[in-house]
Ligand binder design. Structure first.
Ligand code: FES
Ligand code: FES
Length: 153
């Protein structure tokens, strides 16, 4: 059965009528046309679907949308400034070549953003550890870690 669920997404109040058991990822992509978060594994292990819920990093593929009733969701689309100015994390991924095909990149960027909010000056080892939940099949992790460290500078 469907329910009316209200949530804030990237600072905009949204109302969706849907089964509360549907994944937040599916609702973001299909109902709200926010396709930044990607589906990789669909079971909570690859990080491609990473979003922030009340500032906490979560895998949106395993979050039932009913759980985010009344909460604030931030997707990769909501990180840059309104005028399009990229965040330091986004800029650093570009400058360090932290992506190839780009499928994992929104999740990597969201995860790195969450890390730097909690820990603004991480050591390389802390970056590697934090980012273990975000898999990349292309780039090799060196440039991803380099990007996060550059963004922290
Ligand atoms: Fe959500 Fe892989 S798609 S963790
Ligand atoms: Fe292709 Fe990471 S850039 S999976």
């Amino acid at each position: 059965t469907s329910e009316r669920i209200t949530l804030s997404v990237n600072g905009i109040s949204q109302e969706v009528t849907t089964a509360p058991s549907r994944s937040l990822l599916e609702v973001l992509r299909e109902d709200l046309a926010l396709t930044g978060a990607k589906e990789g594994c669909g079971v909570g292990v690859c990080g491609a679907c990473s979003v922030l819920v009340d500032g906490k990093l979560m895998s949106s593929c395993i979050v039932p949308v009913g759980m985010v009733q009344g909460r604030a969701v931030t997707t990769v689309e909501g990180l840059a400034a309104e005028d399009g100015t990229l965040t330091p994390v986004q800029t650093a991924f570009m400058e360090c070549g932290g992506f190839q095909c780009g499928i994992c990149t929104p999740g990597q960027v969201v995860a790195a953003t969450a890390l730097l909010r909690e820990c603004p000056d991480p050591a390389a080892e802390e970056v590697r550890e934090w980012m273990t939940g975000n898999l990349c099949r292309c780039t090799g992790y060196y440039s991803i870690v380099a990007a996060v460290l550059q963004a922290a500078k």
